[in-house]
Design a protein around this ligand. Structure first.
Ligand code: ZN
Ligand code: ZN
Length: 465
Protein backbone atom coordinates (compact mmCIF):
# COMPACT_ATOMS: atom_id res chain seq x y z
CA UNK A 1 0.00 0.00 0.00
CA UNK A 2 1.91 3.02 -1.17
CA UNK A 3 -0.77 5.67 -1.09
CA UNK A 4 -0.35 7.71 2.00
CA UNK A 5 -3.16 9.89 3.17
CA UNK A 6 -1.36 12.64 4.96
CA UNK A 7 -2.89 15.57 6.72
CA UNK A 8 -0.59 18.34 5.81
CA UNK A 9 -0.62 21.82 7.06
CA UNK A 10 0.68 24.84 5.25
CA UNK A 11 1.44 27.49 7.79
CA UNK A 12 2.36 30.93 6.64
CA UNK A 13 6.10 30.66 6.85
CA UNK A 14 7.95 32.75 9.39
CA UNK A 15 8.08 36.00 7.53
CA UNK A 16 11.20 38.04 7.04
CA UNK A 17 11.01 41.59 8.24
CA UNK A 18 11.35 43.03 4.73
CA UNK A 19 11.15 40.28 2.14
CA UNK A 20 12.26 41.43 -1.27
CA UNK A 21 9.96 40.91 -4.23
CA UNK A 22 12.40 38.38 -5.61
CA UNK A 23 12.37 36.38 -2.38
CA UNK A 24 8.57 36.45 -2.34
CA UNK A 25 8.43 35.32 -5.94
CA UNK A 26 10.82 32.45 -5.31
CA UNK A 27 8.91 31.40 -2.21
CA UNK A 28 5.66 31.44 -4.12
CA UNK A 29 7.14 29.34 -6.92
CA UNK A 30 8.35 26.81 -4.35
CA UNK A 31 4.93 26.80 -2.69
CA UNK A 32 3.17 26.14 -6.00
CA UNK A 33 5.66 23.41 -6.91
CA UNK A 34 5.35 21.64 -3.53
CA UNK A 35 1.58 21.93 -3.51
CA UNK A 36 1.13 20.51 -6.99
CA UNK A 37 3.57 17.68 -6.27
CA UNK A 38 1.77 16.65 -3.10
CA UNK A 39 -1.84 17.03 -4.15
CA UNK A 40 -1.93 17.10 -7.98
CA UNK A 41 0.64 14.45 -8.89
CA UNK A 42 2.98 16.94 -10.56
CA UNK A 43 5.92 14.52 -10.48
CA UNK A 44 4.08 11.23 -10.52
CA UNK A 45 5.11 8.43 -12.85
CA UNK A 46 1.92 8.35 -14.87
CA UNK A 47 2.14 12.09 -15.57
CA UNK A 48 5.72 11.89 -16.90
CA UNK A 49 4.82 11.84 -20.64
CA UNK A 50 2.82 15.06 -20.22
CA UNK A 51 5.62 16.89 -18.45
CA UNK A 52 7.25 17.75 -21.76
CA UNK A 53 4.39 20.14 -22.44
CA UNK A 54 5.57 23.69 -21.93
CA UNK A 55 2.67 24.66 -19.77
CA UNK A 56 2.35 21.52 -17.67
CA UNK A 57 2.43 23.49 -14.42
CA UNK A 58 -0.23 25.82 -15.79
CA UNK A 59 -2.45 22.81 -16.57
CA UNK A 60 -1.96 21.50 -13.04
CA UNK A 61 -2.80 24.92 -11.59
CA UNK A 62 -5.99 24.85 -13.66
CA UNK A 63 -6.93 21.46 -12.17
CA UNK A 64 -6.39 22.83 -8.69
CA UNK A 65 -8.36 26.02 -9.42
CA UNK A 66 -11.26 23.97 -10.79
CA UNK A 67 -11.29 21.76 -7.67
CA UNK A 68 -11.54 24.80 -5.38
CA UNK A 69 -14.05 26.65 -7.57
CA UNK A 70 -11.52 29.41 -8.21
CA UNK A 71 -11.33 31.34 -11.45
CA UNK A 72 -9.46 28.97 -13.81
CA UNK A 73 -6.54 31.03 -15.09
CA UNK A 74 -3.64 28.58 -14.95
CA UNK A 75 -1.68 31.28 -13.13
CA UNK A 76 -0.78 31.44 -9.43
CA UNK A 77 -2.81 34.58 -8.72
CA UNK A 78 -3.39 35.94 -5.21
CA UNK A 79 -6.53 33.88 -4.51
CA UNK A 80 -4.86 30.68 -5.69
CA UNK A 81 -1.81 31.28 -3.50
CA UNK A 82 -4.08 32.00 -0.55
CA UNK A 83 -5.80 28.61 -0.89
CA UNK A 84 -2.42 26.91 -1.27
CA UNK A 85 -1.32 28.36 2.08
CA UNK A 86 -4.38 27.05 3.97
CA UNK A 87 -4.28 24.23 6.47
CA UNK A 88 -5.33 21.05 4.71
CA UNK A 89 -5.23 17.29 4.50
CA UNK A 90 -2.55 15.60 2.44
CA UNK A 91 -4.74 13.28 0.40
CA UNK A 92 -4.46 14.22 -3.29
CA UNK A 93 -7.46 16.08 -4.69
CA UNK A 94 -7.41 14.22 -7.98
CA UNK A 95 -9.98 11.49 -8.45
CA UNK A 96 -7.31 9.19 -9.94
CA UNK A 97 -6.20 8.39 -6.42
CA UNK A 98 -9.38 6.42 -5.77
CA UNK A 99 -9.11 4.71 -9.17
CA UNK A 100 -5.51 3.49 -8.72
CA UNK A 101 -6.33 1.96 -5.38
CA UNK A 102 -9.49 0.33 -6.75
CA UNK A 103 -12.18 2.15 -4.76
CA UNK A 104 -11.23 0.30 -1.59
CA UNK A 105 -13.88 -0.57 0.99
CA UNK A 106 -14.34 -2.96 3.90
CA UNK A 107 -16.27 -6.04 2.78
CA UNK A 108 -17.94 -6.32 6.19
CA UNK A 109 -19.89 -3.94 8.42
CA UNK A 110 -18.49 -4.91 11.83
CA UNK A 111 -15.15 -3.13 12.07
CA UNK A 112 -12.70 -3.20 14.97
CA UNK A 113 -10.29 -0.52 16.13
CA UNK A 114 -7.50 -0.40 18.64
CA UNK A 115 -5.66 2.56 20.15
CA UNK A 116 -2.15 1.21 20.11
CA UNK A 117 -0.07 4.20 21.15
CA UNK A 118 -1.27 7.30 22.98
CA UNK A 119 -0.14 10.92 22.88
CA UNK A 120 1.41 12.55 25.92
CA UNK A 121 -0.45 15.83 25.25
CA UNK A 122 -3.92 14.65 26.21
CA UNK A 123 -5.20 12.38 28.92
CA UNK A 124 -5.99 8.83 27.84
CA UNK A 125 -9.62 9.50 28.71
CA UNK A 126 -9.73 12.49 26.31
CA UNK A 127 -8.13 10.46 23.52
CA UNK A 128 -10.52 7.54 24.10
CA UNK A 129 -13.53 9.85 24.08
CA UNK A 130 -12.40 11.81 20.98
CA UNK A 131 -11.79 8.62 18.99
CA UNK A 132 -15.02 6.98 20.14
CA UNK A 133 -17.04 10.06 19.16
CA UNK A 134 -15.26 10.23 15.80
CA UNK A 135 -16.32 6.64 15.00
CA UNK A 136 -19.89 7.40 16.11
CA UNK A 137 -20.03 10.16 13.49
CA UNK A 138 -19.88 7.43 10.83
CA UNK A 139 -21.80 4.64 12.57
CA UNK A 140 -24.74 7.05 13.09
CA UNK A 141 -25.31 7.39 9.35
CA UNK A 142 -24.23 4.01 7.92
CA UNK A 143 -24.67 0.27 8.61
CA UNK A 144 -21.11 0.16 10.01
CA UNK A 145 -20.38 -0.66 13.65
CA UNK A 146 -17.06 -0.03 15.38
CA UNK A 147 -15.89 -2.18 18.26
CA UNK A 148 -12.87 -1.30 20.31
CA UNK A 149 -10.35 -4.04 21.07
CA UNK A 150 -7.38 -3.84 23.44
CA UNK A 151 -5.04 -6.42 21.96
CA UNK A 152 -4.15 -8.17 18.71
CA UNK A 153 -4.58 -6.85 15.18
CA UNK A 154 -7.66 -4.65 14.74
CA UNK A 155 -8.89 -3.45 11.34
CA UNK A 156 -8.08 0.15 12.22
CA UNK A 157 -4.94 0.54 14.34
CA UNK A 158 -4.49 4.04 15.78
CA UNK A 159 -1.13 5.43 16.94
CA UNK A 160 0.62 8.69 17.71
CA UNK A 161 4.14 8.82 16.24
CA UNK A 162 6.95 11.39 16.02
CA UNK A 163 9.10 11.90 12.92
CA UNK A 164 10.03 8.83 10.89
CA UNK A 165 8.00 5.82 11.94
CA UNK A 166 8.90 3.32 9.23
CA UNK A 167 6.05 3.70 6.77
CA UNK A 168 7.78 5.99 4.25
CA UNK A 169 5.73 8.94 5.49
CA UNK A 170 7.68 10.69 8.20
CA UNK A 171 6.15 13.49 10.22
CA UNK A 172 7.99 16.81 10.31
CA UNK A 173 7.28 18.28 13.73
CA UNK A 174 4.62 20.81 14.72
CA UNK A 175 2.35 22.19 11.99
CA UNK A 176 3.80 19.95 9.29
CA UNK A 177 2.00 16.73 8.60
CA UNK A 178 -0.75 16.35 11.20
CA UNK A 179 -1.84 12.79 10.55
CA UNK A 180 -2.31 10.26 7.83
CA UNK A 181 -4.49 7.25 7.18
CA UNK A 182 -4.44 4.29 4.86
CA UNK A 183 -7.45 3.20 2.80
CA UNK A 184 -9.29 -0.04 3.76
CA UNK A 185 -7.22 -3.19 3.44
CA UNK A 186 -5.16 -5.79 5.28
CA UNK A 187 -2.18 -5.05 7.56
CA UNK A 188 -1.52 -1.29 7.47
CA UNK A 189 -4.74 -0.74 5.46
CA UNK A 190 -7.23 1.37 7.44
CA UNK A 191 -4.60 2.42 9.98
CA UNK A 192 -4.41 6.00 11.24
CA UNK A 193 -1.26 7.75 12.46
CA UNK A 194 -1.35 11.10 14.28
CA UNK A 195 1.71 13.32 14.61
CA UNK A 196 2.78 13.22 18.26
CA UNK A 197 4.49 16.60 17.81
CA UNK A 198 1.17 18.46 17.30
CA UNK A 199 -0.75 20.07 20.12
CA UNK A 200 -3.94 18.01 20.25
CA UNK A 201 -7.01 19.47 21.92
CA UNK A 202 -10.61 18.71 22.80
CA UNK A 203 -11.74 22.31 22.13
CA UNK A 204 -11.66 24.96 19.39
CA UNK A 205 -7.89 25.43 19.56
CA UNK A 206 -5.64 23.79 16.97
CA UNK A 207 -5.83 20.88 16.49
CA UNK A 208 -9.04 19.30 17.60
CA UNK A 209 -8.35 15.56 17.80
CA UNK A 210 -11.98 14.55 17.31
CA UNK A 211 -12.30 16.53 14.04
CA UNK A 212 -9.00 15.31 12.58
CA UNK A 213 -9.83 11.74 13.65
CA UNK A 214 -13.31 11.90 12.08
CA UNK A 215 -11.78 13.15 8.81
CA UNK A 216 -9.07 10.46 8.81
CA UNK A 217 -11.59 7.71 9.67
CA UNK A 218 -13.45 8.84 6.54
CA UNK A 219 -10.33 7.96 4.53
CA UNK A 220 -9.88 4.71 6.49
CA UNK A 221 -13.39 3.76 5.36
CA UNK A 222 -12.65 4.53 1.71
CA UNK A 223 -13.79 8.12 1.27
CA UNK A 224 -11.81 10.56 -0.86
CA UNK A 225 -11.89 14.35 -0.68
CA UNK A 226 -14.97 16.40 -1.36
CA UNK A 227 -15.16 19.69 -3.26
CA UNK A 228 -17.93 20.84 -0.92
CA UNK A 229 -16.35 23.49 1.33
CA UNK A 230 -18.74 22.54 4.16
CA UNK A 231 -17.93 18.82 4.10
CA UNK A 232 -15.87 17.07 6.78
CA UNK A 233 -13.98 15.49 3.85
CA UNK A 234 -13.02 18.88 2.35
CA UNK A 235 -9.20 18.98 2.17
CA UNK A 236 -8.77 22.16 4.20
CA UNK A 237 -8.82 21.89 8.01
CA UNK A 238 -11.24 24.19 9.77
CA UNK A 239 -12.82 24.10 13.17
CA UNK A 240 -16.53 23.22 13.21
CA UNK A 241 -19.02 23.22 16.08
CA UNK A 242 -18.55 19.94 17.95
CA UNK A 243 -21.17 20.31 20.69
CA UNK A 244 -23.05 18.72 19.08
CA UNK A 245 -21.23 17.86 15.88
CA UNK A 246 -23.53 17.45 12.88
CA UNK A 247 -22.04 15.47 10.00
CA UNK A 248 -22.66 17.46 6.80
CA UNK A 249 -25.02 15.96 4.23
CA UNK A 250 -22.27 15.65 1.63
CA UNK A 251 -20.35 13.22 3.88
CA UNK A 252 -23.54 11.27 4.63
CA UNK A 253 -24.09 10.89 0.89
CA UNK A 254 -20.47 9.77 0.49
CA UNK A 255 -20.44 7.03 3.14
CA UNK A 256 -23.89 5.78 2.09
CA UNK A 257 -22.73 5.57 -1.53
CA UNK A 258 -20.09 3.05 -0.35
CA UNK A 259 -21.91 1.12 2.39
CA UNK A 260 -25.61 1.82 1.87
CA UNK A 261 -28.11 3.53 4.16
CA UNK A 262 -28.10 3.38 7.93
CA UNK A 263 -30.20 0.73 9.67
CA UNK A 264 -31.68 3.41 11.89
CA UNK A 265 -35.46 3.84 11.48
CA UNK A 266 -35.02 7.61 11.21
CA UNK A 267 -33.28 8.72 8.04
CA UNK A 268 -30.27 10.75 9.20
CA UNK A 269 -29.73 14.10 7.50
CA UNK A 270 -27.05 16.75 7.97
CA UNK A 271 -26.41 20.42 7.28
CA UNK A 272 -26.00 21.42 3.67
CA UNK A 273 -23.60 24.01 2.37
CA UNK A 274 -25.48 27.01 0.95
CA UNK A 275 -25.35 27.28 -2.82
CA UNK A 276 -25.54 30.81 -4.15
CA UNK A 277 -28.07 30.00 -6.90
CA UNK A 278 -30.35 27.80 -4.79
CA UNK A 279 -33.82 29.39 -5.24
CA UNK A 280 -34.64 28.35 -1.65
CA UNK A 281 -31.67 30.23 -0.17
CA UNK A 282 -32.42 32.17 3.06
CA UNK A 283 -30.10 34.36 5.10
CA UNK A 284 -29.40 34.91 8.81
CA UNK A 285 -27.92 38.43 8.55
CA UNK A 286 -26.62 40.79 5.87
CA UNK A 287 -24.44 43.88 6.15
CA UNK A 288 -22.17 46.08 4.10
CA UNK A 289 -18.44 46.15 4.83
CA UNK A 290 -16.28 48.81 3.25
CA UNK A 291 -18.22 48.66 0.00
CA UNK A 292 -18.80 44.91 -0.08
CA UNK A 293 -21.98 43.08 0.93
CA UNK A 294 -21.62 40.18 3.37
CA UNK A 295 -24.37 37.54 3.64
CA UNK A 296 -24.27 35.30 6.75
CA UNK A 297 -25.80 31.83 6.68
CA UNK A 298 -25.13 29.21 9.41
CA UNK A 299 -21.31 28.94 9.63
CA UNK A 300 -20.80 30.33 6.14
CA UNK A 301 -20.68 33.73 4.58
CA UNK A 302 -21.03 34.87 1.01
CA UNK A 303 -19.07 37.93 0.03
CA UNK A 304 -20.04 40.11 -2.92
CA UNK A 305 -18.55 43.25 -4.33
CA UNK A 306 -21.21 45.05 -6.38
CA UNK A 307 -18.80 45.63 -9.30
CA UNK A 308 -17.51 42.03 -9.32
CA UNK A 309 -19.73 39.23 -10.68
CA UNK A 310 -18.01 36.59 -8.53
CA UNK A 311 -19.31 35.52 -5.13
CA UNK A 312 -16.85 34.12 -2.58
CA UNK A 313 -17.96 31.63 0.05
CA UNK A 314 -16.01 31.23 3.29
CA UNK A 315 -16.43 30.05 6.84
CA UNK A 316 -17.31 32.94 9.14
CA UNK A 317 -14.55 31.73 11.49
CA UNK A 318 -11.95 32.02 8.72
CA UNK A 319 -12.55 35.75 8.30
CA UNK A 320 -13.42 36.52 11.92
CA UNK A 321 -11.81 34.07 14.35
CA UNK A 322 -13.97 33.72 17.43
CA UNK A 323 -17.34 34.66 15.90
CA UNK A 324 -19.90 31.89 16.33
CA UNK A 325 -22.08 30.44 13.57
CA UNK A 326 -25.75 31.35 13.35
CA UNK A 327 -25.34 35.13 13.68
CA UNK A 328 -28.84 36.65 13.75
CA UNK A 329 -28.35 40.33 12.86
CA UNK A 330 -25.58 42.69 11.78
CA UNK A 331 -25.07 46.27 10.62
CA UNK A 332 -22.23 48.52 9.54
CA UNK A 333 -21.79 52.01 10.94
CA UNK A 334 -19.89 53.24 7.89
CA UNK A 335 -19.10 56.61 9.51
CA UNK A 336 -17.12 54.94 12.28
CA UNK A 337 -16.00 51.93 10.18
CA UNK A 338 -17.56 49.59 12.72
CA UNK A 339 -19.69 46.48 12.32
CA UNK A 340 -21.95 45.14 15.06
CA UNK A 341 -23.06 41.50 14.93
CA UNK A 342 -25.73 39.99 17.15
CA UNK A 343 -26.62 36.53 18.40
CA UNK A 344 -29.09 36.01 21.21
CA UNK A 345 -28.75 38.86 23.70
CA UNK A 346 -25.06 39.41 22.94
CA UNK A 347 -23.12 41.38 20.35
CA UNK A 348 -19.58 41.64 18.96
CA UNK A 349 -17.80 44.69 17.55
CA UNK A 350 -15.78 44.24 14.36
CA UNK A 351 -13.28 46.61 12.75
CA UNK A 352 -12.61 45.37 9.27
CA UNK A 353 -11.62 41.74 9.72
CA UNK A 354 -10.73 42.05 13.40
CA UNK A 355 -13.00 41.09 16.27
CA UNK A 356 -12.41 43.71 18.97
CA UNK A 357 -11.27 42.39 22.36
CA UNK A 358 -13.70 42.43 25.27
CA UNK A 359 -16.64 41.05 23.29
CA UNK A 360 -19.29 39.66 23.26
CA UNK A 361 -21.24 42.05 25.47
CA UNK A 362 -24.91 42.12 26.37
CA UNK A 363 -27.25 44.29 24.31
CA UNK A 364 -29.08 45.81 27.31
CA UNK A 365 -26.60 48.32 28.71
CA UNK A 366 -25.14 49.55 25.39
CA UNK A 367 -28.30 49.86 23.33
CA UNK A 368 -30.90 50.19 26.06
CA UNK A 369 -33.07 47.23 25.14
CA UNK A 370 -35.39 45.99 27.90
CA UNK A 371 -34.66 42.52 29.24
CA UNK A 372 -37.74 41.21 27.44
CA UNK A 373 -35.77 41.42 24.19
CA UNK A 374 -33.92 38.09 23.92
CA UNK A 375 -32.66 38.37 20.34
CA UNK A 376 -32.58 40.72 17.37
CA UNK A 377 -33.80 39.52 13.98
CA UNK A 378 -32.20 42.16 11.76
CA UNK A 379 -30.67 45.67 11.81
CA UNK A 380 -29.54 48.43 9.48
CA UNK A 381 -27.87 51.83 9.87
CA UNK A 382 -29.05 54.96 8.08
CA UNK A 383 -26.01 57.20 7.60
CA UNK A 384 -28.17 60.24 6.63
CA UNK A 385 -29.86 60.47 10.04
CA UNK A 386 -27.27 58.58 12.09
CA UNK A 387 -29.95 56.16 13.30
CA UNK A 388 -29.90 52.38 13.52
CA UNK A 389 -33.10 50.36 13.12
CA UNK A 390 -33.47 47.08 15.01
CA UNK A 391 -36.16 44.55 14.07
CA UNK A 392 -37.50 42.27 16.80
CA UNK A 393 -40.54 40.11 15.94
CA UNK A 394 -43.20 42.36 14.42
CA UNK A 395 -41.76 45.51 16.01
CA UNK A 396 -38.79 47.77 15.41
CA UNK A 397 -36.62 50.03 17.58
CA UNK A 398 -34.59 53.10 16.59
CA UNK A 399 -31.22 53.87 18.12
CA UNK A 400 -29.46 57.25 17.95
CA UNK A 401 -25.80 56.50 17.18
CA UNK A 402 -24.69 60.06 17.96
CA UNK A 403 -26.39 60.29 21.35
CA UNK A 404 -25.77 56.58 21.96
CA UNK A 405 -29.29 56.06 23.20
CA UNK A 406 -32.53 54.46 22.10
CA UNK A 407 -35.08 56.93 20.73
CA UNK A 408 -38.22 57.32 22.84
CA UNK A 409 -41.64 56.09 21.66
CA UNK A 410 -40.16 52.81 20.45
CA UNK A 411 -40.76 49.95 19.71
CA UNK A 412 -43.30 50.51 16.93
CA UNK A 413 -45.07 48.10 14.59
CA UNK A 414 -43.01 47.29 11.48
CA UNK A 415 -46.24 47.47 9.45
CA UNK A 416 -46.59 51.18 10.41
CA UNK A 417 -43.01 52.36 9.85
CA UNK A 418 -42.36 50.15 6.84
CA UNK A 419 -45.66 49.60 5.01
CA UNK A 420 -45.62 46.35 3.05
CA UNK A 421 -43.04 44.76 5.41
CA UNK A 422 -45.42 43.52 8.07
CA UNK A 423 -43.96 40.26 9.20
CA UNK A 424 -40.85 39.20 11.04
CA UNK A 425 -37.67 40.12 9.15
CA UNK A 426 -34.79 37.62 8.66
CA UNK A 427 -32.17 40.10 7.47
CA UNK A 428 -31.96 43.68 6.24
CA UNK A 429 -29.35 46.06 4.89
CA UNK A 430 -29.27 49.53 3.38
CA UNK A 431 -27.53 50.04 0.08
CA UNK A 432 -27.49 53.45 -1.58
CA UNK A 433 -31.04 54.83 -1.19
CA UNK A 434 -32.87 51.56 -0.72
CA UNK A 435 -33.38 49.25 2.23
CA UNK A 436 -33.49 45.54 1.32
CA UNK A 437 -35.66 43.37 3.56
CA UNK A 438 -35.35 39.56 3.52
CA UNK A 439 -38.18 37.23 4.55
CA UNK A 440 -37.49 33.59 3.70
CA UNK A 441 -36.70 33.32 0.01
CA UNK A 442 -38.21 36.75 -0.71
CA UNK A 443 -36.53 40.12 -0.79
CA UNK A 444 -38.26 43.50 -0.79
CA UNK A 445 -36.53 46.60 -2.10
CA UNK A 446 -37.95 49.43 0.01
CA UNK A 447 -37.73 53.16 -0.78
CA UNK A 448 -36.67 54.70 2.50
CA UNK A 449 -37.78 58.28 1.60
CA UNK A 450 -41.13 57.47 0.04
CA UNK A 451 -41.80 54.67 2.55
CA UNK A 452 -42.98 52.09 0.04
CA UNK A 453 -41.95 48.78 -1.48
CA UNK A 454 -40.40 49.24 -4.92
CA UNK A 455 -39.86 45.66 -6.07
CA UNK A 456 -40.13 42.07 -4.92
CA UNK A 457 -37.00 40.02 -5.64
CA UNK A 458 -35.59 36.55 -4.93
CA UNK A 459 -33.34 36.45 -1.88
CA UNK A 460 -30.29 35.68 -4.01
CA UNK A 461 -30.83 38.42 -6.61
CA UNK A 462 -27.35 39.82 -5.79
CA UNK A 463 -25.55 36.70 -7.05
CA UNK A 464 -26.07 36.92 -10.84
CA UNK A 465 -27.85 33.57 -10.99
ZN1 ZN B 1 -8.10 14.08 3.91
ZN1 ZN C 1 2.50 6.74 9.39
Amino acid sequence: MTSILGLLLFQAMASYAFPSNLETKEKNQQLVQNYLEKFYKLNSFEELPKRKSANFIGEKIKEMQAFFHLKVTGKPDAKTLKVMKQARCGVPDVARFAVTTGNPKWDKTEITYRIQKYTTHLSKADVDMSIKKAFQVWSNVSPLTFTRVWEGEADIMISFFSGDHNDNSPFYGPDGVLAHAFPPGKLIGGDIHFDEDETWTVNHLNYNLFLVAAHEIGHALGLAHSQDIGALMYPVYSYMDINPFKLPQDDINGIQAIYGPSNSPTHPTGPETPRQCDPMLKFDAIFTLRGEIIFFKDRFLMRKHPSNPEVDIHFISTLWAGLPSGIEAAYENSDRDEVFVFKGNRYWLLKGFDVMPGYPKEIYKTFGFPKTVKRIDAAFYDEITGKTYFFVGQKYWRYNENKQSMDTDFPKQIALGFPGIGKKVDAVFKYQDSVYFFQGTRQYEFDFDKKRVLTLLRSNSWFNC
